[in-house]
Design a binder for this molecule. Structure first.
Ligand SMILES: C[S@@+](CC[C@H](N)C(=O)[O-])C[C@H]1O[C@@H](n2cnc3c(N)ncnc32)[C@H](O)[C@@H]1O
Length: 349
């Protein structure tokens, strides 16, 4: 974790990085004026704002954001002109404004349960605890949580059961949990399975909440890939240690590949494999394609396309590794839009 820096420092750094006059115009377009909103939401573990875009689109106004990663804050600020509050542990739940929907794509930090069944005590020290404390303090009508699919079977399903127990029995929500995939549920050609929890407070409950159903995947990888030549830094050069192996295996233009330690893996379903937070750290975990100009990694912009971000979404001039991290950590925006639409309809906002 980087040192905590002041908001002024972030703005100063950011202005240096995005010294492009066209950016102000784009910003105006991205920022909703928030006057005619239908409901209020809070955005926890906000990353680069994937939830926010989706819920603003359906008439929501963000009244509180928390995200502690400095570089994600840059990207967030570039797009929403707001600097998220930092560490959620340092925030008193009572100080958070009243809201209708709590949103949280919390880090996959599954906790182990030693059979205590002591409710809140079992989850103390986890980020799920922070969410639970805010729900306890504010009792918003609904929430949407997101996590990795693996949470489903963690500790033979006990972790998920315990979370559900706390949300339902201690906090008075009816909870619906489902795994959805961006490629089957959002018309986005990325194989990305995530677990979603929608909670409706008992006071507002009027029957089962239904997640969006599968929809046909009409988009192909070419809707997300950029056809023109990209910066040289994304292309593998002939003196690269993996070049021979890549040249032999990365043969088709309609397929996305990945370097897996010692070999090249082809994605047979013609979609992009799951983009991950660590894909930029070793360099070669970023998905690979062959285009007219050579063999190259996906660019951060293409990764953002595979998460359904609009071309107007600003990627600030920070290291590519940071952008890959932020995009891999994010949500597929059109999938969240579909869930948001159903939640708003259910809650009649
Ligand atoms: C899985 S990502 C969520 C990404 C987000 N949904 C989006 O659309 O970009 C989890 C985020 O939680 C942030 N985070 C982790 N611990 C935190 C803490 N204690 N306080 C605030 N943010 C934290 C991480 O920096 C990371 O960006």
């Amino acid at each position: 974790m980087d040192k905590i820096i002041s908001s002024q420092e972030i703005i100063f750094e950011l202005e240096k990085k995005i010294g492009d006059p066209s950016i102000d115009l784009i910003l105006k377009d991205n920022i909703k004026n928030g006057k005619n909103y239908k409901f209020k939401f809070i955005d926890l573990f906000a990353g680069i704002g994937g939830f926010r875009i989706a819920f603003e689109k359906h008439g929501g106004k963000s009244v509180f954001t928390s995200e502690w990663d400095k570089n994600s804050q840059y990207t967030f600020y570039a797009n929403f002109k707001e600097i998220p509050k930092g560490d959620i542990n340092a925030i008193d739940p009572n100080s958070i404004p009243q809201h209708n929907i709590l949103l949280a794509g919390f880090p996959c930090q599954a906790f182990s349960i030693a059979g205590h069944r002591k409710g809140f005590e079992d989850i103390r020290g986890t980020l799920f605890f922070n969410i639970a404390k805010i729900l306890e303090s504010k009792s918003p009508p609904a929430f949407l949580l997101e996590n990795v699919k693996g949470l489903e079977n963690h500790n033979n399903g006990e972790t998920l059961n315990r979370m559900r127990e706390i949300l339902e029995l201690k906090l008075n929500y009816k909870v619906k949990i489902e795994v959805l995939n961006s490629m089957t549920h959002a018309n986005i050609p990325q194989n990305r399975e995530r677990i979603f929890f929608v909670g409706i407070h008992n006071e507002y409950y009027k029957g089962e909440f239904c997640f969006p159903k599968e929809i046909e995947l009409k988009k192909t990888i070419h809707d997300c890939l950029l056809a023109e030549k990209q910066d040289d830094k994304y292309y593998y050069k002939s003196n690269h240690p993996y070049y021979t192996e890549l040249e032999k295996n990365v043969t088709k233009r309609d397929t996305i590949y990945q370097w897996r330690r010692k070999y090249v893996r082809e994605n047979k379903s013609n979609v992009c494999p799951t983009l991950t937070a660590n894909m930029g750290t070793g360099g070669h975990n970023v998905p690979i394609i062959r285009d007219k100009f050579g063999i190259r990694k996906l660019t951060p912009r293409e990764c953002a396309n595979f998460q359904g971000y609009s071309p107007k979404y600003i990627l600030p001039k920070i290291a590519d590794s940071k952008l890959y991290y932020q995009i891999g950590n994010s949500v597929t925006v059109p999938l969240i839009e579909r869930i948001a639409k159903r939640m708003i309809k259910y809650l009649e906002y």
